[in-house]
Design a protein around this ligand. Sequence first.
Ligand SMILES: [Zn+2]
Length: 384
Amino acid sequence: MIAAHGGKLTDRVLTGKALEKATKQAKSLPTVTVDYDTARDVQNLARGVFSPLQGFVGKADFDSICQRNCLVNGVAWTIPILLDVPCADAMETGKDYALVQEGQSEAGAILHLSEVYAWDKAQAATAVFGTSDEAHPGVKGYLSRGDFLLAGEIDLLNNDRGPYASHNLFPAETRKAFEERGWETVCAFQTRNVPHAGHEDLQKTVLGFYDGLFIQPIIGKKKPGDFRDEVILRAYETILDHYFAKDRVFLNILPTEMRYAGPKEAIMHAIMRKNYGATHIIIGRDHAGVGNYYGEEEAIEMFDKPEFADLGIKAVSIRGDFWYCKTCGRVASNRTCPHGEADQIPFSGTKIRKGIIDGIAPDPRIMRPEVFDVIRSFEDPFVS
Ligand SMILES: [Zn+2]
């Protein structure tokens, strides 16, 4: 089994007597309100998804991540996990604070505040997203955050698995599941979409090389027009049920926001999947990109940088433009197929989407009819 990132899987989930005591204590603590995404980050920190982090990073680690792509101790890290506040006047280091998700009354975690520091949001945005363009959703997000960052270890009180509990195993649990299946190599597949025939072809190709396939949709904040979380999960359940060998595939969500940081996010996607027990991760064209901010193979090339030589998890680089070729009689690409455009049926997201809205099934060589049917069974499959 691959070691957790940095050596040891973080576990800051309180249970039993410690949980009882901390829950009682939290009621009398000053509170810090966190948004939905930060509340997910807190859970991910505690459950080991962000191992070796034990909480929100201090200034030294923050600077090191932005400037050198690693923590102060040299462990690779590309996107800081942040807890921002608009004003820190009343905050005192050395004290405990209850973290409460907006709209909720109970504390989800306790923060042991170790440091409060101001940050240059524009500079950090440029370091993480590689652009200062405010039209980039990540840059825009950073600029709208509070002026101060809080650092410190956290202890989780609310370990609720959320609405897709049976598909939300934590890193220690997926590791155990992989071990029980005897998987020594596990290839992760990152997605935020419903599966089409191009995805299926790729997933089945890697199953020729690795023991297991770990399909892990990112579940969380979405843009209008994106597929709803439940739709993605049901579509995958359906395709796995009909067309995959059950003992070779594991479907499990990753509740975290998409940050659209392209190459740097590709590294974070790999680190998180390593913590879940994956040894490999598929990195494709413009992985975690948005608009035209990153080169098509920039995320793939990122894994070749010297600072990621010891990453542990390996990228499976997928190069090329894919389509279904009628003459090849299979999924093909500009690297495999000698035939012309007339033979190509493209995997067009826009076309598939239009078909779903109009109730016109795509060519079965592009999308499995069962997948189309399950998507269509939702009144509104898209985020509005
Ligand atoms: Zn062809």
